[in-house]
Design a protein around this ligand. Sequence first.
Ligand code: ADP
Ligand code: MG
Length: 253
Amino acid sequence: PARESLLLEAKDVTRRFGGLIANNKMNLSLHAGEILALIGPNGAGKSTMFNQLSAVDTPTEGEIIFRGKSLKGKNARQVAEMGMSRTFQHVKMLPTMSVLENVALGAHMRGQKGVISASLHLEREEEQRLLKEAKLQIERVGLGEYVFEEAGNLALGQQRLLEIARALCSDPCALLLDEPAAGLRFLEKQALAELLVKLRGEGLAILLVEHDMDFVMNLANRIVVMEFGELIAEGLPHEIQTNPAVLEAYLGG
Ligand code: ADP
Ligand code: MG
């Protein structure tokens, strides 16, 4: 990819938890218009890396650079304003509220304390703007027919799409997804993959953490493999698929 399309970088990132080294001198980069997959066995350090990339956590050493600026000291709201958006591994939604309300409220709450304070502080005009944006993003992810459905009635795959719609409301250029395919059925995974390909086509940079190597093989442009906190391989899907160190990590784990 062109040099100017570089959006997000980890530079020699090390994260320690007491004596445990969860990430050791990790370097990676994410560009506009690509899907980068971060894979590795359980405990490899993927979520730790992901949390630092999305400014939820801070490196012990090294730094994260987003659009040329260090993320050090930035909170979730500031990072969202800079154009980065993430989902969380465990879907958080209000099951008795509509899909529309969930997406609108979720978008408003980004970086804030809670649902109650969020709903109390909504101005009428702001509420209308949010609902309009939420509806657009719900349609964008293919949930248009479920706008007024109770979120709790959605299948797991649809709830994942709801989470992505929520993340898209802040109009990000980089979208970070933690195990978006976990627990999904085959057809749900396919629908998710199709959406991600569409978003990539619109120029978004997508980083996804996955435990499941099969899901990313047909989807990712590039794959970074971690084991024991370190980067053990990086390359095109077909290169990764036949890399001896990667096979060893997955089979030997
Ligand atoms: P993965 O997402 O690849 O399964 P994690 O990043 O969750 O791996 O974990 C990597 C290692 O760091 C594991 O040994 C885990 O127990 C440890 N770890 C992760 N988060 C913390 C934390 N907040 N405190 C202590 N240890 C942690
Ligand atoms: Mg994890």
